[in-house]
Design a binder for this molecule. Structure first.
Ligand SMILES: [Zn+2]
Length: 153
């Protein structure tokens, strides 16, 4: 197979593949956080990088029939989610061309607070104290994000 070109993103908060840590998307590409993937909660992104697409298929999702393509990490090939190719209902059309990424398959690279990622206990504490202070629990990705990065305080 050919040489892999890996794109590196910059930003305060970067979502990456949970296995190989290849960058996938920046925080500002999140369109919505209230989606459901195969493995639990998922985010909808406007744009992602370092993914390759699986075959087009018709799939019945919670919001009806869609044509989708699975997205795989282009480095380790785990399935990260899917891309909406076509929605058949008018109110679902906004999803076309956007990407679902499973929270369970993402990790977060937090440039401002890398140390938080090195200790599960401390990031749990950061997360729980943060949730009680502000109301942005939806921003927390498996308790990885801290008050400094959610930007809501
Ligand atoms: Zn990967």
């Amino acid at each position: 197979m050919g040489q892999l070109f890996k794109e590196y993103l910059s930003g305060d908060l970067i979502y990456c593949c949970s296995i190989c840590k290849a960058h996938a998307a920046t925080h500002d590409q999140i369109y919505a956080k209230t989606f459901q993937g195969r493995f639990g909660p998922a985010y909808l992104f406007n744009h992602v990088v370092n993914v390759c697409l699986g075959p087009r298929e018709e799939r019945i999702l919670m919001t009806g029939l869609h044509t989708v393509m699975d997205i795989h990490c282009s480095s380790c090939f785990q399935i990260l989610g899917w891309r909406y190719e076509k929605a058949y209902e008018e109110k679902e059309k906004y999803k076309e061309g956007k990407y679902i990424m499973e929270k369970a398959r993402m990790d977060v690279e937090n440039i401002a607070n890398l140390f938080i990622r090195n200790s599960w206990k401390s990031r749990q504490q950061v997360a729980s104290s943060h949730v009680s202070e502000c109301n942005c629990a939806g921003v927390l990705l498996d308790a990885l994000e801290s008050a400094e990065v959610c930007g809501c305080s």
